[in-house]
Design a protein around this ligand. Sequence first.
Ligand code: GDP
Ligand code: IMO
Ligand code: MG
Length: 419
Amino acid sequence: MPGIVVVGAQWGDEGKGKVVDILTEHAEVVVRYAGGPNAGHTLVVGNEKVIVRLVPSGILRKGTACVLAQGMVIDPVRLCDEIDELKKRGYEHAADLHISDRAHAILAYHRLVDGLREQTAGALGTTKRGIGPCYEDKAARRGVPMGALRDPKTLRDLAARGLEAWKPVIAALGGTAPTLESVLAEIEPLAARIAPRLCDTSALVDAALRENKTVLFEGAQGTLLDVDHGTYPFVTSSSAIAGGACTGAGVGPTRIARVVGLVKAYCTRVGAGPFPTELSDEIGERLRKIGDEFGSVTGRPRRTGWLDLPALRYAARINGLDRIAITKLDVLTGAPKLRVCVAYETPHGESSELPVSDLERAKPIYRDVEPWSDDLSGARALGDLPRAARDYVAMIEEAAGCEAMIVSVGSRRDETITK
Ligand code: GDP
Ligand code: IMO
Ligand code: MG
């Protein structure tokens, strides 16, 4: 039963890319099950940095089967650009992907609507990659599954239907709808590249699991951005939680042996929405600078804040975490003070639970913890960490209710403590 889900326990950007890359050493298949090019997963090997958006983070290791499953939304233009870029950098096998014929295609009108909405008062701070409108089309049953790239007439008919539906919205937002010909002109030339890669990825994943191969299900975004369980409406439009691996990849829950939650040692968030432990002072600025907290997709500065233990307990529950990986512990080194949120004051009294539907009115209750000043980047065993950092790890493990299998102390592959 070697299905392992790797899921973000916060608001995304926890370091899923790095951890999936490390775990891929022992995996035969890596599957992206949700989201699309809103994700930006960073992999650092030696001095080389690669950011993948649609392609699974297993891609750096040749011989690993990389799957884009049906829970994803895929922009064919960005996918081909990403493959070309990876090939240019020496990853010749980057085109050897298995792409679900039922993942949905992001087309020009999805990106346009996303961008236009971001200019309005209700902007969510999306990545403007067309994610929301594409999932809207899927739920409205007027989307364009990737399988349509196999047949020009089907592609034309489905794109025409989608475009017609969005025209009044685009006009109301003050935009100009693209012509059907321009929508098609962008993707038709890519069909010959993509079509041979399309398949029923769920069958492929099932076969691998039956052969007892290790399959990693790579989450995108994070628990608090999940459309059902996140800080709605300031969320993405997909099932980012561990359960999304089952629906998104088409595998039964009985196939999942392990769920690893990614926990950054502090919190960040990109885009709008409640973030109770946010730091708007020089400590927050320090975290942003030392942690290099700038969006890997949009370059936007990430909002930074203290670690939120009620949010972690919530993520542990929603995802059924049975292991965690703690990242960016090194970023806290030298912090003049360290605090964590341990509970919330809510209109209904104090609570150690995350008041997820009323976060705007909740006030964090903090506990000071002991800071440390030693450089952690050379640590390769928990025993190499200073006591205060070990205590910090133990505190996170206690809140998550499970052990850390990885503690990351730098962005590089080797800057890692594995248990
Ligand atoms: P993802 O979206 O969850 O894959 O995370 P991102 O790649 O968007 O953001 C995580 C950032 O932190 C990337 O720039 C990583 O290279 C970097 N990173 C990951 N782990 C560590 C760590 O332990 N220490 C430091 N300093 N950087 C890390
Ligand atoms: P990874 O996989 C951080 C955020 C956006 C915005 C909200 C909705 O790298 O962790 P969308 O474009 O999805 O409609 O935007 O979700 N968001 C992310 N934040 N990491 C991500 O992915 C994100 N993907 C989307 O900033 O607030
Ligand atoms: Mg990211």
